[in-house]
Design a protein around this ligand. Structure first.
Ligand code: G6P
Ligand code: MG
Length: 213
């Protein structure tokens, strides 16, 4: 039976993909090209700078590192404005019930996210104090699929990685969880995601008993 749970944030706890998309699309428009929702799929679980590099590659744009930093900052400014409007209504289905179940069972859980905005988002949706530990883009040095983010989470919770379960909606995140030696539940379409141990559409399909093998 699992001793700890690690949650990705974007796409698992809250749907921020649309806010990222609107901000990236605006930046692309400013640079003179179109950025589609399908393009946005490629940015799930990917760090801000890596996301910008993918976007610039789509637009066929070559610029200096300095210019890139300015563009990333500009995108983030717009994104932060959007998430400052977020509230609890944007928490994804099943999340609050499942977290309550974990609390009742005394199973600790941590956040494992690539986002530097994770603390702000958790505060907006009033879940900041609910998590036993938070590992986010401000404290990790290696992006998913590197297991660092989840190994750090397990370490903070003082639980052996093999006793941890990861919830992830991004392919790179599923791989990170597997590299960490954890049981991974893919959140989303099993036709798109591969390599997870189990798949759910969202957390309304999840109960602790389903993780007990
Ligand atoms: C998550 C999202 C990505 C985002 C990344 C960095 O992994 O899925 O789409 O690019 O976090 O987010 P940030 O808030 O630091 O720009
Ligand atoms: Mg995600």
């Amino acid at each position: 039976e699992p001793k700890a749970i690690l949650f990705d944030l974007d796409g698992v706890i809250v749907d921020t993909a649309k806010h990222h998309f609107i901000a990236w699309r605006a930046l692309a428009a400013e640079l003179g090209f179109e950025f589609t929702e399908a393009d946005n799929e490629r940015l799930k679980g990917v760090s801000r700078m890596d996301s910008l590099n993918i976007l610039l590659e789509i637009g066929g744009i070559n610029i200096s590192e300095e210019k890139k930093k300015a563009l990333a900052a500009k995108k983030n400014e717009q994104y932060v404005k959007a998430i400052q409007q977020m509230d609890r209504s944007e928490i994804l289905p099943g999340v609050e019930r499942f977290l309550t179940e974990l609390k009742e069972k005394g199973v600790p859980f941590a956040l494992g996210s690539a986002s530097k905005n994770a603390p702000l988002i958790l505060k907006q949706i009033d879940l900041y104090d609910t998590f036993d530990a938070i590992v986010d883009g401000n404290v990790i040095s290696k992006a998913k699929p590197d297991p660092e983010v989840f190994l750090k989470g397990a370490e903070l919770l003082k639980i052996d990685p093999k006793d941890c379960v990861v919830f992830e909606d991004a392919q790179a995140g599923i791989e990170a969880g597997k590299h960490a030696g954890m049981y991974v539940v893919g959140v989303g379409d099993a036709d798109i995601l591969t390599g997870a141990d189990d798949y759910i559409q969202d957390l309304s399909d999840m109960h602790f008993s389903r993780l007990v093998k």
